[in-house]
Design a protein around this ligand. Structure first.
Ligand SMILES: [Zn+2]
Ligand SMILES: [Zn+2]
Length: 353
């Protein structure tokens, strides 16, 4: 008999452990602890994580903030990027050694009308990484091979991580908004998502007005291509944006319903408001009369498809986007969450295991 390959040996020792940041209780901080390393099932690959971004969604997941709650214990993280180290049975889509991103859309059925129609992100059978299946806040993740996206050579995994949710989500939002050259795009919230939204709106040809509560973030917005900025603590963004003629599109990225309402009122006639952020308070008040008379479109945009993520990576490989991020060890996950909640983070935190 031939000597077992490294791969086969790896598979036979399935009781290996790894470090992960686990949500055990919505009221408690995450537990950074040793857990069993997952074994890839049929159609899955094992990915050794190099980088994993911290998204606001992870914080909502850890607190159980949303109407559909994840079930503890679970490992958050849907911006995991790493190297495929092992293939489960039947995998043909990727190979050992590939660098892949493991996005929020961890699995979809592949055959329903949404999947077939190019809207796999609406699939009712979907599983979400770091929410209904374990995510990237760990040394290893078992991911569905069909739903990982290859990271092109030349992209730093620390950049690829934020692009995997913040990037694809805002890229899709700009697509859904329908931004054309000559459009004025209002970006409400310049954080992990907003700093990328500004760049995609500029790539699409738009002129950008960025709104935030912190001057440092507005300076960053300028650096990344925003022509106008409004500090909503000092000035009324509705007045300021209407003085520019009103926004053709407004993208709501701040987790505050009041900011969604401001975004709505900053639109010009015929404008489009894109809902992206998911505030804990799940309601906004929008007037019917003005929506009808002004021909306003309000549309929700949820992450993006695998194709959208491929395009995001392509733009980054071409040097057309910049990812603003800081790295921290995964062990500091709870401090990182506190810093994001307090608005002390310029854009994105990326964990390294
Ligand atoms: Zn996210
Ligand atoms: Zn489907």
């Amino acid at each position: 008999m031939a000597t077992p390959t490294l791969l086969e040996r790896g598979r036979s020792t399935a009781v290996e452990t790894m470090t992960a940041a686990v949500v055990r209780d919505f009221e408690q901080p995450l537990a950074v602890e040793e857990v069993l390393r997952p074994v890839p099932a049929e159609g899955q690959v094992l990915v050794r994580i190099e980088a994993a971004g911290l998204c606001h969604t992870d914080i909502h997941a850890a607190h159980g903030d949303w109407p559909v709650r994840p079930i503890p214990p679970f490992t958050p993280g849907h911006e995991g990027v790493g190297i495929v180290t092992e293939l489960g049975p039947g995998v043909t889509e990727v190979a050992v050694g590939d660098r892949v991103a493991i996005p929020w859309l961890g699995y979809a059925c592949g055959t329903c009308e949404h999947c077939v129609g190019g809207w796999e992100t609406l699939c009712l059978e979907q599983k979400n990484t770091g929410y209904s299946i374990d995510g990237g806040f760990a040394e290893y993740v078992a991911a569905y091979a069909r739903y990982v996206v290859r990271v092109p050579l030349g992209i730093d995994p620390l950049d690829a991580a934020p692009l995997t949710c913040a990037g694809v989500t805002t890229y899709k939002a700009v697509k859904v908004a329908g931004t054309k050259p000559s459009d004025l795009v209002a970006v409400f919230g310049v954080g992990g998502l907003g700093h990328l939204a500004i760049q995609y709106a500029v790539v699409a040809g738009g002129t950008v007005v960025a709104v935030d509560l912190f001057d440092e973030k507005l300076e960053l917005a300028h650096e990344l291509g925003a022509t106008h900025t409004v500090n909503a603590r000092r000035a009324d963004p509705i007045e300021a944006i209407q003085a520019l003629g009103g926004a053709d599109q407004a993208i709501a990225l701040a987790v505050s319903p009041a900011s969604f309402e401001q975004a709505y009122r900053s639109l010009r006639r015929g404008g489009t408001l894109v809902f992206v952020a998911l505030p804990k308070e799940n309601h906004v008040e929008l007037p019917i009369f003005e929506t009808v008379l002004n021909g306003i479109t309000v549309v929700g945009s949820i992450v993006g498809t695998r194709n959208d993520l491929r395009e995001v990576f392509e733009l980054h490989a071409q040097g057309r986007t910049r990812v603003i991020r800081e790295t921290r060890p995964l062990a500091d996950v709870n401090e990182a969450i506190a810093d994001v909640e307090a608005g002390r983070v310029a854009a994105r935190i990326v964990f390294t295991p």
